[in-house]
Design a protein around this ligand. Sequence first.
Ligand SMILES: NC(=O)c1ccc[n+]([C@@H]2O[C@H](COP(=O)([O-])OP(=O)(O)OC[C@H]3O[C@@H](n4cnc5c(N)ncnc54)[C@H](OP(=O)(O)O)[C@@H]3O)[C@@H](O)[C@H]2O)c1
Length: 285
Amino acid sequence: MIAVTAASGNLGHLVIDSLLRKVPGSEIVAAARNMGKIGDLASKGVAVREADYSKPDTLARALAGVDKLLMISGSEVGRRVEQHKAVIAATKNAGVKLLLYTSLLHCDSSPLLLREEHLQTENAIRASGIPFAILRNSWYNENYLNAIVQAAKLGVHYGCAGEGRVSAATRADYADAAVAVLTSTENQGGKTYELAGDDGFTLAQFAAEIARHSGKPVRYENLSESAYKDVLVKAGLPEPVAGFFASTDTGISKGALYDGGRQLHQLIGRATTPIAATIAKVLGN
Ligand SMILES: NC(=O)c1ccc[n+]([C@@H]2O[C@H](COP(=O)([O-])OP(=O)(O)OC[C@H]3O[C@@H](n4cnc5c(N)ncnc54)[C@H](OP(=O)(O)O)[C@@H]3O)[C@@H](O)[C@H]2O)c1
């Protein structure tokens, strides 16, 4: 049995769909804290179980009989280390033979604020003795959906990433990579994958691509981190969220979300989805 936690989320749904292309539904467990959000997966023939990272008893039940588990990182920032440790403990007790975890690109050296929770989770996995594989995902193309719409409307994309490149790929690309590892016949124990899109882009290239697809001029304006944060606050974002985005852009300027190793491409056996394809989809051309 292969189980996927946080199956109710965007990535979880894509992983289950991708798994179903390779494995019978009778061998798949979709686990989520909100069963109402995975009813659609039950109708596709997979087993559905409750698994709330904050409720260890649900985790023990969800992992009974499971051989391989993909633990998708939770979304409750600040609570995730404790939550992920609960999943790791339940995984150990259930005798799971391979634990996969969706971490952050270059987690060991990343300057991003997100790093800490992922690093502590990785360390707990390594210390657990459970055979594991770490999927260190770069950015999703989908993180830019709103930015694409806004930039096409305003004719400008603000940021503070300088010339830093973003090796983004779609959630579907990362989902296929997770499935490639989950269904691999090779020993995956102890492997750490740096998963990133084939061709990174600078934010100036991002703006130019939006201009090309919208048929209107769109420029990239590079600001200081504090000026970019102010722009985001004025646009209506809460201050901590604006600060997070601005510091992430500064991280990008230092190469935090760039990787040229093409491990994602190799795992999925095809080119990753370029940001141009996501822009074209959003702008409807
Ligand atoms: N690489 C990137 O660019 C990027 C961007 C955003 C997020 N992420 C990370 O990647 C993960 C998956 O991405 P996504 O797009 O699928 O995010 P998403 O659609 O927001 O899904 C988050 C998932 O985490 C689940 N979750 C949160 N707290 C939980 C808990 N206590 N117990 C069980 N499940 C819990 C959510 O359950 P509910 O449906 O019940 O809320 C949901 O299924 C995110 O959770 C986050 O850690 C990565």
